[in-house]
Structure formats: C-alpha cells, structure tokens
Write a protein that binds this ligand. Structure first.
Ligand code: DLL
Length: 434
C-alpha cells in the first residue's frame, strides 16, 4: 500500500517546495553562522549576513564548500551542534587517507530515513516487499541508509551486506526477495552467478532493483533488467549529504528526482555560474534540513543537468540526468571511492620502487579492475624473481589496506613507464558509461 505521507511529500506543489526552500535556507544560514566558525568567517569575508538571505534565489550570495574543507576540519570541525547531540557517524574515502565524515543528530537520521523511504517508494517498494540489501553495512552509508528507508515503508528487510555471492543467492531465493539493492556492478555479478548456478530467475519473486553508488549506463540497465527480470532504478547520494536517497529514479526512468525540500540543487558551469536549465554542469547542493553537519553549496564534482519539466509519474521534484562522470579525479572502483593521491601517497612510502606509476582502470564484464603499474627502483633490478614477486605482493597489500580495493600490481623495469612532458597522465580509465 502506498504510504500517504510519503506520497504527499513526493507531490508537494512547486509553490510549497519553493516556500519550504526559502524558509529552510534562512534557518540554515542562521544556524551555521551562529554555530560553525568556518561558515561565519567565510560569510564575513563575503560581506554576507544571515539576514541578507531571504529566498532560495539568494543562494549565490553564499560561499562554497569543498571536500578539502571537510578534510581541513576533520573530524568534527564543521559540526553545528554539540558532540552530545550526534548519534551516528559514517565516513567515506577522502583524498589523502583521512576519511570524509558525516555526523548525524537523531533528527538527521529521521530525515534520512524519510527521504530514503520516499526514494524507495518511487521504485514500487512498500509493506509487501522483501528488500534484499547487498550494499555494504558499516562506515559506508549504502547499507544502513537504504535499510532504514525500507523498514520505514514497512518492507521486510534482509540486511545481507556485501560479499559471499553464493549465500546472497540462497537468501534471495529462500526469503523471496522482491527488491534488490546493491551497486549495479554487483547486480550483474549476482545475475551471472545465478546463471552459472542454473537458478530459474522466472521462479524468483524479484521485481525491482535499486542501484547506485557508482556511475552506470543505459546499456547496463538493459542488461540487468534482462538478466534479472526486473525494473532497474538509479539511486544517487553521497556521504556528505547523508548517503543514498538524495535523488531517485521513478518508473518513468527519465532522470532522478532530487528531494528539493531537503536539498537545494544548483548546476554550475566551469566559472561556477548557474548553467541554463537542461545544460550539463557540476551539481552543487545545499542541505536544507541537516542539523548536525549542514553544508552550504557543497561541490559534489558530479556532472549532470537539471530539469523542472513535469514528470509523468506525478512526482513534482526536479530531475537530475543520470550521473556519468565527475570533474575531479575521484575514481569509483566497485563502489569504493578512490583518489589517485591516496594511491600515490601509499606508493611513496614503499622502498624499492620509483616515484613513477600509472593507474589503469578497466571493466571486465561487470567488474571494475584496478591495475597499478609501478617501476622497480634501479637498485633492485638485480633482485630475484621471488624477491620481485614478494615486493609486488607487498605493494598490493599496502594499497588494499589504504584504499580498500584490490589492486593488481605490475612491477616493471625502471624507466619503462612513459615520462610525461607536462602533466603526468597517471590515470587511464578505460570504462565507458554512455
Ligand atoms: O555512494 C552513497 C550511495 C550509497 C549512493 C548507495 C547510492 C547508493 P559516497 O561513497 O560518498 O556515497 O560516494 C558518493 O558516488 O559523489 C558520485 O560520484 C557517486 N555516485 C553515487 N550514486 C551514484 C549514481 C554513496 N547513482 C559519490 N550514479 C557521488 C553515479 C553515483 N554516481
């Protein structure tokens, strides 16, 4: 049964949305100005006072927030409430080893639950659903974020978390999963494993999938839908905003509805000016209802465009086009955010290799692969094959400890990796999302 409160929130009138945005933006700016020294300083530098912000249109008076600002204030320097009010923390990879922190008050968690519930409802999830969640549980926001949203809708939740594919299949079959939530690449993995195991998919109960946390393409959607006999929906979110459920695709699958009463989105061009509606640019989001760690004009570095055209599904919130890329160097490998700078930092601490390296990302089948080519130090060139193998295993272990993804390490002779004549081309990403 469709939850009436959720339905009403999905269908606020445009006037109501605008009113809520303006009212919440005013309250937010006052809150951060009074409680976060970083924002007070940034606003003072711009000569902006809380009373200057009257409507949502005044957003461009406010300062931006960068991921590096979060790092510089790690872990709790951007809290807008006392530490006692924080009841949960999550984190994702940062650029230099220090994670990006998200801290939630009780009210923040309730809002997150509500927004994720709204999102899942767009994929047809309700109190009759059995929701199998194979997003990771833990510091990553995917598992717990989707979990509480599904429970809020009255669905029966299976918190499977990631890994152990065979067991996932058994659970999905035995518990009668009707919805699958995981990264799109893992969905393909599961589907392939089902085929290998000879599972008759038409006898399973699966109807819908909620896939996100990494870019994916229309052709990948077609493949997943065909292999699993489901409708595959795209879900978007980021730790800094709360986690999954910032935006979600409805049955029309023509973009992701971004919950505009909770997030004020802007699409900015390369000069950080508003891009005309429908034109691609960087998504910048201001949190409108967060209390614990609210962010003004957070630069997501995700590239998309926004449309306010009415959607056939009846949901009134604007839509983002599927996110296909970023304008910074963050890589998403099997759902894990990896910065080349993290890899570099790890490599530079290891003796026996030079400072020259190359990162190659490929997609084999549905799975992203990470290969790191590293040059052997000239002094180690006479090492035995065994020594070289041991060094390469050591480098791989260090990388997987610092970046949380498996990397294949290829050691090559000193001087063999191409030297750059300007900016080093450190990363070769062979994946395509169109
Ligand atoms: O990936 C939150 C999430 C969990 C979203 C589960 C959806 C489902 P982070 O680890 O902080 O948070 O990574 C956020 O992942 O800035 C995008 O670059 C990328 N991303 C997330 N969802 C999508 C998507 C979670 N649907 C970063 N399509 C974001 C493309 C996505 N990229």
């Amino acid at each position: 049964m469709i939850d009436q409160q959720i339905l009403a929130a999905q269908r606020l009138s445009r006037d109501e949305i605008h009113q809520l945005q303006s009212q919440r933006l005013r309250a937010l700016v006052r809150h951060v100005y009074d409680n976060v020294p970083f924002y007070r300083r940034k606003m003072d530098e711009r000569g902006v006072k809380p009373q200057d912000i009257r409507t949502a249109e005044d957003i461009d008076l406010l300062p931006f927030t960068e991921k590096s600002d979060l790092r510089d204030h790690y872990p709790f320097g951007l809290l807008a409430v006392s530490r006692r009010e924080i009841v949960r923390m999550h984190a994702s990879s940062g650029t230099t080893g220090k994670p990006t922190v998200a801290a939630y008050t009780r009210e923040d968690l309730d809002n997150w639950t509500e927004l994720t519930a709204r999102s899942l409802a767009l994929a047809g999830i309700d109190d009759t659903s059995v929701v199998h969640i194979a997003y990771g549980y833990g510091l990553f926001t995917g598992g717990m974020g989707v979990h509480y949203g599904a429970e809020r809708l009255g669905a029966a939740v299976v918190p499977a978390s990631g890994g152990n594919t065979q067991r996932q299949l058994t659970l999905m079959e035995d518990f009668g999963a009707t919805a699958l939530c995981c990264t799109p690449s893992y969905a393909i993995n599961l589907a392939e494993a089902m085929q290998e195991k000879g599972v008759d998919i038409s006898r399973m109960q699966l109807k819908t999938g909620v896939f996100g946390a990494e870019p994916w393409s229309e052709s990948m959607r077609t493949r997943i839908e065909k292999m699993l006999h489901i409708q595959a929906h795209d879900i978007y979110g980021l730790t800094e905003m709360m986690g999954p459920g910032v935006a979600m695709e409805c049955e029309a699958k023509q973009g992701l509805h971004i919950w505009e009463d909770a997030f004020l989105p802007e699409i900015l061009d390369e000069k950080q000016q508003a891009a005309p509606e429908g034109e691609a640019g960087e998504l910048v989001i201001t949190t409108l209802v967060k209390r614990g760690m609210p962010l003004l004009r957070y630069r997501t570095h995700d590239i998309t465009c926004l449309t306010h055209a009415p959607c056939p599904c009846g949901c009134t919130h604007a839509r983002l086009r599927r996110i296909t890329g970023r304008n910074d160097d963050m890589l998403i490998i099997r759902g894990v955010n990896v910065f080349p700078s993290q890899i570099e930092q790890t490599l530079l601490q290891i003796e026996g290799i030079t400072a020259n390296y190359q990162i190659i990302v490929d997609r084999r089948g549905a799975l992203d692969t990470l290969t790191v080519m590293v040059e052997l130090d000239p002094a180690r060139m006479s090492d035995t094959v065994r020594d070289v193998e041991a060094l390469s295993a050591y480098v791989a272990a260090q990388l997987s400890a610092s970046c949380l993804v498996h990397a294949t390490v290829k050691l090559c002779p000193a001087g063999s990796l191409a030297r750059s004549e300007g900016k080093a081309k450190r990363v070769i990403d062979n994946r395509r999302y169109e």
